[in-house]
Design a protein around this ligand. Sequence first.
Ligand code: NDP
Length: 285
Amino acid sequence: MSMEFLVPITGSFARPAAENPTVAMVNAAYRDLGLDWTYINCEVAPDSLPQAVEGARAMGWAGFNCSIPHKVEVIKYLDRLGESASLIGAVNTVVIKDGVLTGENTDGKGFVEGVRQVTSVEGKRVLIFGAGGAAKAVSVELALAGVSNIQVVNRSEKRGQELVDLINAETEASAEFVVWDRRVDVPENTDIVINATSVGLYPDVDEQLNMNPDTLLSHMVVADGIHNPPRTHLLKAATSRNCRTVDGLTMLVNQGILGIKCWTGKDASEAVMRETLNKVLHHCD
Ligand code: NDP
């Protein structure tokens, strides 16, 4: 019996959804892999999340991404959680298999994968700016991947301290909180510097981190979670001081590759996905 009129469905539930380029990236990857799969970008209001999830299950979707504002709320409608998703307390990728919904978090995993493309992470000392959802995902994954120490630099003390407590309680890594109430110097013994705040994101591209760029030294790897525009002030400052860098596009692509692997079992092309993102995003540097 031919199955050619029934294709596997994946997608995204978010609000707002219109600015999210993942749909273009994932569909390009499916086509490149020769898969007849599809990915649908859905605008889902917070009140409608349970129906959307049940709908995906009822219609036999293979899985979906969750973005703002559903990453935490979606957990109560899932059957199982991966280790890091459970620690982070947020899910951005759901896999549906035989009607069972499993939540994973690829935000931090994609980030760590990007960092790993330029340096090993085991035993390294990390300084991360931010303590929001992205910072939490990245810090937990780095700690699980074996970094030795994480300095969390954040304006709000509550969020920063909570993240530090989580790392110290649940992982082998040690962590300290640094309140961000002045221009920060990056300590000389730092190996990896990360921006996980929203500073630098389009359209506020001229906003800069309150840090001394002259404390970025050439032995440091500098990574930025901002994907639009990918050449942020931080990465430009790092490059001019001969640091190796990892941009937010790399993170986004790696996160997409991990999601596609979870759903289809296939390894998608990084080049095809990056090229697609470059085409659809309006970079302004
Ligand atoms: P949240 O709202 O959860 O957290 C925002 C963080 O940024 C907080 O730590 C906040 O500090 C800090 N912040 C915001 N404005 C400033 C400022 N002017 N100065 C200093 N700190 C500031 O957002 P997310 O963590 O979900 O997302 C953050 C960024 O990460 C997004 O902009 C997104 O682009 C990026 N991201 C990238 C991904 C990728 O794959 N490339 C994946 C997910 C996110 P405070 O607590 O003090 O308010």
